[in-house]
Structure formats: C-alpha cells, structure tokens
Design a protein around this ligand. Structure first.
Ligand code: IMP
Ligand code: MG
Length: 183
C-alpha cells in the first residue's frame, strides 16, 4: 500500500480488453452448460463483484436468466495471503433446493474458500454447483480444489485490480496488475 509520497508500483498483467475477451469466452462455455436451467449465480464478496457484473451481462446476451445472490467468507488472520480456517460471514438468502448454482470468485489460491463454500451450498440442496474464477494459482493449493471454469492460470504472484485488493485498495481497476511494494 502506498505510504506518504511513495506510490505503489503497478505492473500490468492482464489488460482490460484481454479480460473482457476471456470473460466472453467463459460466458459462452457456461451458457452452453447452463442454458435453460434454473440457475442461481452466487458471488463471493468482495472480490468477485467485477467479474460478476461483466459475466452476468455476457450471460444475459446468451439468454441465461439467473437469480443472483452473495456470500462473504474470510480467513482468520490477515495479510497479503489468505491463511488458516475460513468462516462464512454472510450467507445466501435464496432457496437453493434443486437449483443449478454457479459460484463466482475472483481467484483461487489455497482453495480453502471455494472448497468450503462449495460444500456449504451443496448442503443447502443445490442440484449442481459449478465454480468460475478469473484467476487460478494452482501452485498455491493447500486443499484439493479444481474450478470448473478458469479465466487465466497465473504463477505465485500477488495480484490486484478487477475486484481484487491489497489492503482494500485497487478493487476499482479495470485491469489486473502485480503490486511492487516499496519500503
Ligand atoms: P483461498 O481460500 O486461499 O483460495 O483464497 C481465496 C481468496 O484469497 C480470494 O478470494 C481472494 O480474496 C484472496 N486472494 C488470494 N490471492 C490473492 C491475490 O493475489 N490478490 C488478491 N487477493 C487474493
Ligand atoms: Mg475473495
């Protein structure tokens, strides 16, 4: 995070057009699997908000008409990296019984958040649960988890933008970058 006069240095990783193109491709794949089904899109706050908004618009263009709900989950302890046990701090209010759920998040890292949320939503009686993330860092996995749809696989770098934050900053960026912090 920037301190005093020293701004953070941002190294772009994916540009806005690259992201938009990939989100359209993901929407095509998802629409192929979910068209005509009783779909609930569940987004993980806060980071998924931008992918959610772009994906919903592309899915709409393809005739998918889901209901939308939100969950929030956080890990104990804070810092750059998710760490330790994850707890759910906001739950869906939609009745998921018999619904085909599309769980949307920004990034999968250790896999703890999405594996917990998937099990949690499954226990509510969803007919199926698919997960979509824009970014996947497979080298960081601590629990086995494979998202159904992945925008881009990335190496072990801390990224920001397009919903993702560093100490709550940078979520508004329409592109994704790596932060080079300055001491
Ligand atoms: P996981 O439970 O370790 O898979 O962590 C998933 C959550 O950690 C994501 O939903 C993000 O909120 C956060 N996270 C993991 N890696 C990054 C990153 O590189 N930048 C920003 N947030 C991240
Ligand atoms: Mg998150």
């Amino acid at each position: 995070m920037s301190t005093d006069s020293q701004p953070d240095k941002l190294e772009p990783l994916f540009t806005e057009p690259e992201i938009q193109r990939r989100v359209s491709e993901l929407a095509q794949e998802i629409a192929g699997d979910l068209h005509g089904r009783d779909v609930c899109v569940v987004a993980v706050l806060k980071g998924a908000f931008m992918l959610l908004a772009d994906l919903l618009r592309r899915l709409h263009d393809l005739g998918v008409e889901p209901v939308v709900d939100f969950v929030k989950a956080g890990s104990y302890g804070s810092g750059d990296r998710s760490s330790g046990a994850v707890k759910i701090t906001l739950d869906v209010s939609t009745d998921l019984v018999g619904k085909d759920v599309l769980l949307v998040d920004d990034i999968v890292d250790s896999g703890r958040t999405l594996s917990l949320l998937k099990a949690h939503l499954q226990a509510k009686g969803a007919a199926s649960i698919r997960t979509v993330v824009l970014l996947d860092k497979p080298s960081r996995r601590e629990v086995e988890f494979k998202p159904d749809y992945v925008g881009f696989e990335i190496p072990d770098r801390f990224v920001i933008g397009y919903g993702m934050d560093y100490a709550e900053k940078y979520r508004q960026l329409p592109y994704i970058a790596v932060v080079k912090t300055r001491g």
